[in-house]
Each structure stands twice: as C-alpha cells, then as structure tokens.
Write a protein that binds this ligand. Structure first.
Ligand code: BT5
Length: 257
C-alpha cells in the first residue's frame, strides 16, 4: 500500500512544470526524459518521476541505487537560459534548491559537497546528474536528481557513504511534498540564476579549510579545500600551490582519517 500514490497526481505545482509524467518503473528518468524530448512529447519544464529505476545512472556510467517506494527519482527538461560555459551553474542551482526543499520540509540541516552531492550528517542523500542533448539542433539540459527519502537501510557497499532523510530524521517524509517544495524553489530561482549562486553554494558547504582527497580517473591528489573558482572548479591548496579541479570525486577527511 502506498498512501502517497494519489498525491502525485494532483500536486499544486508551479506553472514552470509544463508536464509531469509519473511512472511506476523506468530504466532511467534521464533517459526517458530524453526520449520524450526527442519524440516532441516533452519540452522545457517537463518532468519525469519514477517510483523505481532499473538502470538509474550516476556520473561516469556508475549505478544509482533507485529502489521502489522510497526515493524521489526525477528528471527535468530545461531549455538553457545561459551560455554553454555557464551551464554548470544549473548543477549548483539544483543542489541549492534540493537543500532548501529538504530543510524546509524536514527541519534538517543539509550540507553540499563538490561537485554534485547533497549531504546529511556527512553522508550522501542526493546526487545530481546534469546531461545535455539536442532537439532539432536546439540545446537542452536534462537535470536528473535522485533523493533518498524513506530508505531505512542500504546495501553494505552503500551503507558507509549513503543516507536517507528517513534515517536522519527518524520518520518518513512525503515524497510528493518534497517534490512540490523543490519545484517551487527551482521555478522561483531558474530565471535569475547567475554566478551569485556560487557564494550561496559555498556558504552551504563545510568543506572549506578541510583536508580533501580528490580522485580523478587514474590519479589523485590531497590538499586543503579553499573555495570555488568563478567557473565552478574546486580550488585545492596542494602544498602551497593552488590547483583547480574540474572533475572527480572528493572525499573530505575526518580528523581521525
Ligand atoms: C550522482 O552520481 O550522484 C548522480 C546521481 C543521479 C541520480 C538521478 S536519479 C534520477 C536521474 N535518473 C538517473 O538515471 N540518474 C538521475 P555520482 O556522483 O557518480 O555518484 C554515484 C555513486 O554514488 C555510486 O557509484 C555509488 O557509490 C553511490 N550511490 C549509488 N546509489 C546511491 C544512492 N541511492 N544514494 C547515495 N549514494 C549512492
């Protein structure tokens, strides 16, 4: 039984959400949104939500664990309103609006981790996957967001790194309410997205001044996280030399590491 199910159908969504498709199961909401876009069935502001994904994806062909009944697995189609070099701002905007929606809906305190993680008590509760595509030669962005809402446990592999709102809060949260609040925040901020959100993102992260390990394909480095560059890169002080990181995974070391 899922008492939430019907609330998906009639949420009071902002007009920004031009279409909402709710599916019991899909391979990946990002892939489905791309299919609907290329078939001309979905445009700017269209959202695909799925109860579970069979091939949920992270970055670099990684798997995103997306079981049924517990998560907010969604993708939004967006017609970019900034030049290509600024599309990275959409990932930061997504993380900030997810953080705001979680905090307002639950009262929890959320932290952001570069490049695309939303964290609760040091563990990841949300990941963001921004992909680009075209339709009739026009560019589109597919904004994929996965939020762990009501999981009570994770696989042994994910347990050390993943958490859910349920685990942090001690009770269930309505996925429909969370989605509703997120959509309101995102619709409000989309039109005014600019580089000023980098300062907001920075203020919601507790990485600064801490030792981080950056893992990139085949290589890695260790240094002190200093801040964000204007182009969204993570600035790390490695033995007195500032390096800009554009891709990779970041582990923030604990005092005991
Ligand atoms: C991400 O990738 O964090 C992006 C995740 C985006 C998922 C959404 S769900 C809706 C939409 N449709 C899709 O198919 N995808 C998007 P990345 O930073 O590469 O992190 C992936 C890594 O996170 C995996 O390798 C695991 O270690 C870990 N992971 C997998 N599932 C997780 C989960 N449910 N919660 C926390 N961590 C997870």
């Amino acid at each position: 039984m899922n008492p939430e199910r019907d609330t998906w159908r009639e949420p009071q969504l902002p007009a920004f959400v031009s279409r909402l498709i709710w599916l019991e199961e899909v391979d990946s909401t990002n892939d489905h949104a791309k299919r609907l876009l290329s078939a001309g069935e979905m445009g700017h502001g269209g959202v695909v939500l799925a109860d579970r994904q069979t091939r949920g994806r992270g970055r670099l062909a990684r798997t995103w664990d997306s079981p049924g009944g517990v998560g907010l697995w969604m993708s939004m189609v967006l017609e970019p309103n900034r030049r290509t070099s600024e599309w990275f701002l959409y990932t930061f905007l997504a993380a900030l609006t997810v953080a705001e929606a979680i905090e307002e809906t639950t009262g929890l305190s959320v932290q952001l981790k570069w490049p695309n993680d939303v964290m609760l008590a040091g563990k990841k509760c949300c990941g963001i996957l921004l992909e680009t595509t075209t339709r009739l030669e026009a560019p589109f962005v597919i904004l994929g967001i996965g939020i762990n809402v009501n999981q009570v446990d994770f696989s042994s592999e994910l347990r050390p790194v993943a958490t859910s709102i349920r685990l942090a809060l001690g009770r269930e949260t309505s996925r429909a309410s969370l989605f509703q609040r997120w959509a309101e925040c995102f619709a409000r901020d989309w039109y005014r997205v600019d580089a000023s959100i980098l300062a907001k993102w920075k203020a919601k992260s507790d990485m600064w001044g801490r030792t981080v390990r950056v893992l990139q394909s085949g290589t890695g480095l260790r240094g002190i996280a200093k801040g964000l560059a204007p182009d969204g890169a993570l600035v790390v002080d490695v033995s007195g030399e500032e390096k800009k990181i554009y891709a990779g995974d970041v582990k923030v070391e604990m005092a005991t590491d």
